[in-house]
Design a protein around this ligand. Structure first.
Ligand SMILES: N[C@@H](CCC(=O)N[C@@H](CS)C(=O)NCC(=O)O)C(=O)O
Length: 255
């Protein structure tokens, strides 16, 4: 892993932050600055964590090689807690420095490596950030759905999921991505959200996506995207099913 890699950073400053002693050169084509890196980027991960997947998708969209190190969140190692003040994955290690919080990691990567995934206009960018936050809230609701102890509670959370998906339907344009033809950070954070439903669908027809053509089409687009597909291990569906079975929840009894 100590082979030098060449990356394209957005600005000279970003390139120096990534590798203070690296050689900088203007990219021959287009904007950006090439920088030689000798320090690998490490994504401290958990096999099922949707927030980790966000970072893995962004790294992949930008063609940045990285090493993934999975931790057992049930038995957090000391070195992990040193890097992660909240004890959560993901953590991105860059040149020995740790960044925690997935949205912050995504923004850092977007400011540092091309191509830009956020829109240029401040208003559009603010809206994209807001929908990223919406995806975090939807992930929390999905967690409440699969953790609900009784069927009634699960049904309440299921209605909340449906409501959120209806809100998304109203916010979407003509596609294929959230921002038309551009794959953006919003797509990167919704890929892991939709992945849950592939496993839920195999358990029962919850009809979450009925009569939501735009959300359905977006979900299908993201499921095909290589960066989204490759953000998890091949055994992910079985691993998620095992995890759901072990929740001792209403959903566990159906899995
Ligand atoms: N706001 C955080 C959420 C990360 C998060 O909740 N990670 C979960 C795994 S998916 C975690 O590490 N949980 C362990 C714990 O809370 O103890 C982010 O966006 O990075």
């Amino acid at each position: 892993m100590n082979q030098p890699h060449t990356y394209v950073a957005a600005t000279d400053n970003d390139a120096r932050l990534i590798n203070p002693s690296g050689r900088l050169a203007r990219a021959a084509s287009g904007d950006g600055v090439t920088v030689q890196l000798t320090t690998p980027i490490t994504l401290i991960s958990h096999i099922l964590c949707p927030y980790v997947q966000r970072a893995a998708i962004v790294l992949s969209e930008k063609g940045v090689p990285f090493e993934r190190r999975d931790v057992d969140l049930a038995h957090k190692p000391e070195w992990f807690l040193d890097y992660s003040p909240l004890g959560k994955t993901p953590v991105l290690l860059v040149h020995g420095e740790a960044i925690f919080e997935s949205a912050v990691i995504c923004e850092y990567l977007d400011e540092t490596f091309g191509p830009r995934l956020h829109p240029d206009a401040p208003m559009a960018r603010a809206k994209h950030r807001a929908w990223m936050e919406f995806s975090s809230s939807l992930l929390n609701t999905i967690g409440s759905f699969y953790n609900a102890k009784e069927a009634d509670g699960m049904a309440i959370q299921g209605r909340q999921i449906r409501h959120r998906l209806e809100q998304l339907e109203a916010a979407l344009g003509t596609g294929p991505f959230f921002d038309g033809s551009n794959f953006s950070l919003v797509d990167a954070v919704f890929g892991p959200v939709f992945r849950y439903f592939d496993v839920f669908d195999a358990v029962k027809d919850f009809r979450f996506f009925d009569a939501l053509p735009k959300v359905g089409a977006w979900r299908a687009q993201l499921a095909k995207r290589p960066s989204v597909r490759e953000a998890v291990h091949e055994q992910y569906p079985e691993q998620l099913r095992d995890f759901l079975r072990a929740r001792n929840s209403a959903l566990s009894r159906l899995v």
